[in-house]
Structure formats: structure tokens, C-alpha cells
Design a protein around this ligand. Sequence first.
Ligand code: NAD
Length: 489
Amino acid sequence: MTATDVKLKTYLNYINGEWSASETEETGTSYNPANKDEIVGFYQLSSSNDFDQAATSARAAQKEWQKLSGNVKGDYFLKAASILEERIDDVATTMTKEMGKTFPEAKGETARGVAILRYYAGEGMRSNGDVIPSSDSGALMFTSRAPVGVVGIVTPWNFPVAIPLWKMAPALIYGNTVVIKPASETAITCAKVIECLHDAGIPSGVVNMVTGKGSVIGQDIVEHPEINGISFTGSNAVGKQLAHTAVSRGIKYQLEMGGKNPVIVANDANLDLAVEATISGGLKSTGQKCTATSRVIVQNDVYDKFKEKLLKKVEEITVGDGLEEGTWMGPLVSEKQLNTVLDYIEIGKEEGAKLLFGGNKPSSSNAAIGHYVEPTVFEDVSPNMRIAREEIFGPVLALMKVDTLEEALNMANDSEYGLSASIFTTKISNMLSFMEDMDAGMVRINAESAGVELQAPFGGMKQSSSHSREQGRAAMEFYTNTKTVFVKG
Ligand code: NAD
């Protein structure tokens, strides 16, 4: 498919229950990173006026939506979940075409989206307050949860089904209405998710989607007077800017940002398990996960053996179009991201790290047409190097050697980030000290750094997050405010 030989679909904004074109009459183009000449479709480059309509419609719908009982709200989710499940192949194909992750990964993520909707449908039926004994024996005192109001949601491209849903579903089930601005790279995938909610009959104005530039719509989301809270996932630079405005307006905000996630391999580790998990955690989704493994800190006694096993597996990785069977690792999302990764590889070499594997675009013929890079492994990486400190967001592993576990833990904690961290060890005492001393929101033992379960709190420490938690019951903290109710008969 190219722009000239196929009539491509233009995706619209979703405002007040209707699909509508932007007043700008301008569109952006979504390209396939596996084949940069292939256009996936077009999305609206919206204006602040478009956003204003979406925010106004969300406001108008909020009180009515809040009043619906949890099971009625949840029924819309259950219907939308079934529709998304029926469309799983189409949604996953679109995801692979827009951002490059392999089809099995995209299908797994879409199935996760279905599960998120089902989970939060049930959440609407759970208790959300406490009865508190009053000092007045004739009174009833309890807490209940009130929705924040209209929530603005800004999402990145790397999980274009799961992240919008793990923000929208709790926001909605607790009685908020939402306006979402997805990343432009994956605007069409998000439109297909919204279509499921629309086809499930969710009332007009409850969910709104406006696509366009982050610098326009992203900024509107945090500045618009009808927006009472903002949930953002993306880079630190943008997150901090949004937080600044949110603080000045006194609205709630939640940020999930970057990571520089370490894996420690102890002398007593099961090395085969550690190798599998390092490869899966570091290189799946082409390393474009906030929880991706990037620093691999290995104890001296097992370093050579671990390195040998790791390289043997990395050599077997097949790079290609994520829709082709047999592809293990797809392209990076964009040319910009490819250049960023290639720049970091050069920086690593200049800083004196030793390139053990990869470091280039692959030599195969189809690699020339997509944003491909080889899986890349460095060793002799020291903690002060930029490739050990900065988030690369690509398939680059930095091996670091240590004598003791204490040294390993200090190195793992020597980062401005604190999202996810793993240790591979068979000793309980090592596990306990890692659990206790590792400064990360997600602490994982004998498991890859990149695992997330929808029913458990998710988020980071330090610069990785604004310290609130997403997913599971923890999401209620952000999407509601506590009311203390005192009743005297
Ligand atoms: P990004 O910050 O460039 O974009 C994220 C979103 O913000 C997009 O929708 C974008 O259009 C919007 N945006 C851009 N500029 C804006 C502005 N000035 N004002 C308001 N909104 C604006 O990030 P990205 O490149 O899409 O995603 C990659 C980043 O996301 C990485 O740093 C990664 O670590 C992070 N991430 C974090 C998590 C997590 O849960 N911690 C999950 C996934 C991705």
C-alpha cells in the first residue's frame, strides 16, 4: 500500500458521541515503521477549539454519568470488552502497523485491554469507603469517594491499547468523564479502541478523543478550565512541563515517565532464567517499554558464563516486520527514535564501552525500508557513562561487572529513575535485601523487569513517576477524592 495507489481511511475525533472532523481540515499521517512508504491512515490535526468542544461535552455529561450505578457503568465496559475481543486481530494488526511491535505482542496487549475493561467493570461493584466510629453515639460517619470530574488523559505510543484503557477504565468507573489525546504515532489504534466503547453504547460525552500535536492539544488538556485532573504517560521532559501547569492551576495530576531499569545477576543465579528474562525484558517491543531492562549488573564469578549465554541467544534474534511470522523483534517506532538509538550507540562507543553485538541497522534488504536496528549489547559500561544513566528506549543492553552484591545494589540505585528492577538469585537473604533496599516502584525477583499485572499497583519512584499508582485498586486514589460524611438522625 502506498499513498498513491490506495484510498486510505481518515480517522476522526470523537466528541459528544459523534465522529467529527477538525475545524482545521488538516490531517496528520500515520506511517508503518516497518515500511516507511506505507501509510496506515490519517488522523485529525485538531485545534484548541476542537478540544474546547470535547472538554465542554465531557463536563455536560459528567453528573449524569456519575449518578449511574456501578453495575450499569460496568455493563458498558463488558460490552466494549466483548467487541474489542471480536476485533482483536484488526486492532492488533493496526497496532503493529502503526508502532512496529510484533503481531503476537500486539495481540497480547489487546487481550490485556479486554481484561482491563472486565476488571474495572467489577471494580464498580466494590466498596469504596469506610465506616468510622463517631464520638457522637447517635451519628453515622463514613468516607465515600467522589469523582474528580473531567479527566484529561495524555498517552504515549508504546502501549497504544493498554495505556489508554488502564487510564480511561478506572477514570470512568469511578464517575469521571474523559478527554483523551493519544500519541500521534498510534492515533488510529486508539480510535479503534474508542470505537469499541462507542459501539457498546456508552452515553454521549462520557468519552471524548481529540488527536493532534502534543504542543497544542497536550497543552490544552492541562490548561483548559473544565479539566479537573490530568493523567499522563510519556517522557520526563513533557511530564514535568505538564505538572508545572497543573500545580499552578491546583488540579490533580499523575505522571508515569521514564526508566533506566537494572537487572542484577548474582553468583548463585539460575543463569538460563536470567538470560531469558534479560532478553525478553530488554529487547521485546524493541526495547521501547518504560520498564525495559537496560542495565545488566552481573557478579564477577558468573560474568563470562552469563555473557556467553546471552550473546548466543541475542545472535538468534530475528529482526523484521512484526506482521511476518518468525519475526522476534520489529522496527523502532519512527525515524526519530531510530536516530536517537543510533546516536546513543555512538555515544557508548565514544565513552569507551565495548560493543559486543549489533550497533547498526541490520544488513538485510528489507531493513533499508524500515526503522530497524540490531539488538545491541555493550560491556565495560561504567556507571557514569550516558548509556548507563539516560533512557535510550531502544534494544540496547549495557553489561556492568561487580564483585559484591552490595556493589550491585548501589549501582542499581545510582540512577535518577526508579521504575522497575529485577534480581536473579536463589538465596533468600539476597532476595530480602533486594526487596528492602532497591529504590524502585516495581521490585521483581527471578522475573524480568518488564512485567505488569493489571490488578496490581503500577508506578515508579524518583523521576519515574509522580508517585501515585495506576492500575488495580490503587487507581482509585487518583481518580477520586475522599469525602467524609457525617449523618445525624
Ligand atoms: P512524549 O512525552 O513525547 O509523548 C507522550 C504524549 O505527550 C504524547 O501523546 C504526546 O503527543 C504528548 N505531548 C508531547 N508534547 C507535549 C506537550 N508539550 N504538552 C503536552 N503533551 C505533549 O513520550 P513518547 O515518546 O510518546 O513516549 C515515550 C516515553 O514514555 C518514554 O520516556 C517512556 O519511558 C515513557 N513511558 C512511560 C511509561 C510508564 O508507565 N512509566 C509507560 C510508557 C512510556
